[in-house]
Design a protein around this ligand. Sequence first.
Ligand SMILES: Cc1cc2nc3c(=O)[nH]c(=O)nc-3n(C[C@H](O)[C@H](O)[C@H](O)COP(=O)(O)OP(=O)(O)OC[C@H]3O[C@@H](n4cnc5c(N)ncnc54)[C@H](O)[C@@H]3O)c2cc1C
Length: 495
Amino acid sequence: MTARFPGALAAWAEAARVRSLNAHDVRPAARYVLCWLQQALRARDNPVIDAAICLGNDLGLPVLVYHGLREDYPYASDRLHRFILGASRDLARECRQRGLASVHHVDRAAMREKGLVYRLAADSAAVLVEDQPTFVARWQSARFAARSDRAVFAVNAACLVPPALLGNDIGSTSAFRRRHEAVRADWLRASDMRPTVPAYEGPLPFTPDRLGTSTDAEIDRLVAAADIDHSLPPSAMFPLGRDGAVAKLERLMDAVLPTYAAVRNDATNPAGASTLSPYLHFGIVGPREIMATVAAADAPAGAKEKLADELLTWREWFHYQARALVAPEGYDRISGWARDTLKAHATDPRPEVETLDALLHGETRDESWNACQRQFLVDGWMHNNLRMYWGKRIIAMTPNPQTAWATACYLNDRLSLDGRDPSTYGNIASSFGGGSPGKDGPAIYGKVPTRSDGSTRHRTDGPAWLHAAATRSGPELVVPDAVPTDLYLAGKPPR
Ligand SMILES: Cc1cc2nc3c(=O)[nH]c(=O)nc-3n(C[C@H](O)[C@H](O)[C@H](O)COP(=O)(O)OP(=O)(O)OC[C@H]3O[C@@H](n4cnc5c(N)ncnc54)[C@H](O)[C@@H]3O)c2cc1C
């Protein structure tokens, strides 16, 4: 693929933040530079928007930001739709404050549009998209770049350090940490570009939704009118948009960081986790802003280092890994030894197999697992310390290792606001056999290390907490006949 990086975009490409997705040239005789956002839903400190402004300033063209929400993305539900629309609303508001035009569309029965990004691209000099390594944003950007006649550039907005900058040869988390730590300080400074061209006010190929002025009630009406899964309700734990993210940042500074190093493994302690992952997944907040909050906090150095290690080493390591995989969501990404040992034990008796209905609703025979699952079901999030137990137990609760993988990914992706992420598949792969093999031990698991619920159950009030968490009332979900396998087993994105 020919990389053609006009003007100032060349520096972005040199810094490995931007890559070319097709071989088309930029067309300067255009109305605007199109910035198509799918998941990085923030107007400030957003490298996709900044790169678009950079190109627009060079060409003397305004930037037009576009975000559209369809009904047919996998797991579209009231929970995901409402959270996304809250972010899209604030994107519109903050683009305006930044001197940029943004246009939004929400598909619903009365107002369906086809091929909007292609129609918008027809008047553009070039299109900037996000460089996401998993799920819809990845598939759609690749498909669009292959079909469009415009130059398409992908910009990494998810990571502090562009993964491509780190080379292609890192094989372990410790090597990744060393390489990342050596350069991360260079990326901590925010770099909001200023548009030198007035906001676009020209013609559009459709009538946009005025999301920027929508109230919460109007957002609820848009959600209700969409043909999506209405059995999964929004989460009360995650307030919408920038206000929600800012509240979590304040909580991080005041309540979480001061004790983070000591209590982050305690699922029973509400101050043990930042609960920022949904906002990170949808790009409402970026790692740079979180690190600025961490730097400003009055907290012990050890706590700050621990948070930085989770956010910058572990999270960005999974982004780095996913980028190199053909199918980051697929079973075959699990390490070879783990697949071998799980296969060798595939015919072991499985007395603990549960139905998909029981798994989805957290109504299995394992109280601790139900406590974990009901966090996903009710909150759309799960505490870090519970997730490894949750993931590993699914191997015994399903008929074979492949179904276990597809089930874990499905539950995480459908229910959790932070699902469908490089961290989803990377961490589930770790729970199915990260690190080195253990001794060929228990039935079903073989050399895959197991995990007990002891870190929660053995706390003084652990049993009472687990019982209460396992019996929280949750929504009654629509249950499919089986979990999807095309994506999770064959690595094939839906058409
Ligand atoms: C089986 C399993 C599935 C998981 N699925 C997801 C998922 O779908 N989406 C997701 O974002 N994370 C996932 N994680 C990683 C981790 O559990 C969550 O990121 C974390 O619990 C989110 O809560 P928090 O924001 O309060 O985390 P905090 O403890 O406050 O950490 C701050 C941030 O650091 C990052 N982080 C922390 N732990 C990890 C980790 N183990 N791997 C990568 N990044 C980490 C996250 O971005 C997190 O928001 C999974 C872990 C396991 C074991």
